[in-house]
Design a protein around this ligand. Structure first.
Ligand SMILES: Nc1nc2c(c(=O)[nH]1)N[C@@H](CN(C=O)c1ccc(C(=O)N[C@@H](CCC(=O)O)C(=O)O)cc1)CN2
Length: 285
């Protein structure tokens, strides 16, 4: 058996086409959404993700505003960029690209974003609303995972889901999202300190690998036919981007969201969707 592919690239392209229509309607109503980004430092991956976000904005017809700071930027300079975007009426939502360079306090920076402009759903108030089950912008990768599964008609309600990874952008909020009444999955949150990872993964109908450890999830851990989403990224010795799921897993899984081409493009699509949703709410659409 070879797994069928959850094609995040195709799904994201379809979402961008839908967003283009929604943005045109917003503009007819006199509202132009604008996405801001704060990027600090020289990390090539972060530069490429931010460039992609601005390309998406251009394609969909929304404005975009960049604040790029050098790796030597101080905490005060990063906080100043956040304050400027909070105050800029052309910027209806923005993100601070993570990770920030060592020495900067990311939690403090995220906490200074106006929660109403938090396009990533990572402000503590918005994460708190996710815990409480109140409406709020949702973190992009977890939203992208739910959206991808839904577009492929994969049942989430009642599924046993194992999430591997406890990070703030994926693992922790994904567990909260999937256990809401509307999703109704049963979630086990594993991580690199889990004693017997294989025993947990073997029970799962859906496995989300987001620990950033190359090849952590292997074929022998999987229940045959399981749905596997590879979200982790790390670099191989020759500098190639590699995922958390061993390639041989494709012979056991029923469905696979590969890395690249699976959840990553959905993360980008959900960011623009968050910005458009907020503008629609403000315009009463
Ligand atoms: N503020 C945030 N920072 C980070 C987030 C986030 O959601 N908000 N997530 C990641 C980075 N990220 C978006 O910011 C992101 C990662 C990967 C992709 C993507 O499309 N990946 C491609 C492969 C890319 C390549 O080949 O280089 C794929 O999987 O197909 C998009 C966005 C951490 N930081």
């Amino acid at each position: 058996m070879t797994a069928k592919i959850l094609d995040g690239k195709a799904a994201a392209a379809a979402i961008r086409a839908e967003l283009t229509q929604r943005v045109a309607k917003l503009k007819e109503n006199g509202s132009t959404p604008g996405l801001g980004t704060v990027l600090v430092g020289d990390d090539p991956g972060s530069h490429s993700y931010v460039a992609g976000k601005h390309r998406d904005c251009a394609e969909i017809g929304i404005a975009s505003i960049r604040r790029d700071l050098p790796a030597t930027a101080t905490q005060a300079e990063v906080e100043q960029a956040v304050a400027e975007l909070n105050a800029d009426p052309a910027c209806t939502g923005f993100i601070v690209q993570l990770p920030l360079p060592k020495g900067l306090d990311a939690n403090r920076v995220l906490g200074l974003i106006d929660p109403d402009k938090d396009a990533d759903g990572l402000h503590p108030v918005n994460l708190g609303k996710l815990v409480l089950g109140e409406p709020a912008p949702l973190p992009c990768t977890p939203r992208g995972i739910v959206e991808l599964l839904t577009r492929y008609d994969i049942a989430i309600a009642g599924a046993e889901v194992v999430v591997v990874g406890r990070g703030v952008t994926v693992g922790r909020p994904l567990g909260l999202l999937l256990t809401r009444k509307s999703e109704n999955a049963t979630v086990t949150l594993c991580h690199t300190g889990t004693r017997d990872l294989a025993a947990h993964v073997r029970q799962a109908d859906i496995v989300v690998a987001a620990a950033g450890v190359r090849g952590l999830v292997t074929a022998d851990m999987l229940k045959p036919g399981a749905v596997v989403l590879d979200v982790g990224t790390s670099r191989s010795e020759d500098g190639k981007l590699v995922g958390d799921v061993d390639p041989a897993a494709a012979e056991v899984a029923g469905w696979l969201a590969p890395m690249p081409g699976g959840v990553g493009p959905m993360t980008r699509a959900m960011l623009v969707d968050n910005v458009v949703l907020a503008a629609e709410r403000a315009a009463g659409i």
